[in-house]
Design a protein around this ligand. Structure first.
Ligand code: CMP
Length: 223
């Protein structure tokens, strides 16, 4: 039996590359660089010049932006087999957001030149990128809706329901979350989020054990 190439095995797990055949995966594996990063490493900042595309093998990252006072808004959290860094490579603009590791991470890094080669030769990869872009835009629209129309109770309720993947009684959020992280995800102060979490706990909507939140009854978005 032919020896397995670990980079090819990893590439096969990535939905973006599911349309690539064996020869194409083999060629891609030759230009991919594997790199590990410790927890809390800033991979790049908003506004940086760019030359790389990243696919996550292990660990999670936060994608976010800072305002002038350093207040952080987390736009998204990405995990294994998801990717980032395609926007600046495609539109030639600086990085649209910062990306920071949330865990120790292993990444596959592809240079701008190699990334562009794949896009120009594989229509299905381009199509997959477009679909993901649309999914992220829909998600961003929901975020705009919640920032513009919901109070902090509603925003926290929406976030918790989204992270849990529903609000069936007993459903648990896998990620450990601090109040500061929740605040950065819903665009509110930590103090306000702490008050909302306390109220939700006291009213029996949620319970928290070791920073893991369990939802006990349907969380309404309008209070
Ligand atoms: P780029 O602009 O090159 O660098 C930051 C990356 O974060 C960006 O490419 C996308 O891959 C990713 N990104 C930016 N905004 C969002 C968002 N709203 N949701 C998910 N990912 C995003």
């Amino acid at each position: 039996m032919a020896e397995m190439n670990p980079i090819i095995e990893q590439l096969k797990e990535v939905p973006l590359f599911e349309s690539l055949g064996d020869a194409e995966l083999e060629a891609l594996s030759q230009v991919v660089k594997l790199k590990s990063f410790p927890k809390n490493t800033i991979l790049f900042s908003e506004g940086d010049e760019s030359d790389s595309f990243y696919v996550i093998c292990d660990g999670r990252v936060n994608v976010g932006i800072n305002d002038e006072d350093g207040k952080e808004i987390i736009l998204s959290r990405l995990g294994p087999n998801e990717y980032f860094g395609e926007m600046a490579l495609m539109d030639g603009e600086p990085r649209s957001a910062f990306v920071m590791t949330k865990d120790a991470c292993k990444m596959m890094i592809i240079s701008k030149t190699d990334f562009k080669k794949i896009l120009s030769s594989k229509f299905d990869v381009m199509l997959s990128l477009l679909k993901e872009l649309q999914r992220r835009l829909r998600e961003a629209n929901k975020k705009i809706e919640s920032l513009a129309l919901m109070d902090v109770y509603g925003r926290v309720a929406r976030l918790l329901t989204q992270l849990a993947g529903g609000s069936d009684p007993g459903i648990q959020i896998k990620d450990k979350l601090t109040h500061q992280e929740i605040a950065s995800m819903v665009g509110a102060s930590r103090e306000m989020v702490s008050r909302v979490i306390k109220d939700l706990t006291n009213d029996g909507y949620i319970s928290i054990r070791r920073k893991r939140i369990t939802i006990h009854k349907n969380l309404p978005y309008n209070w």
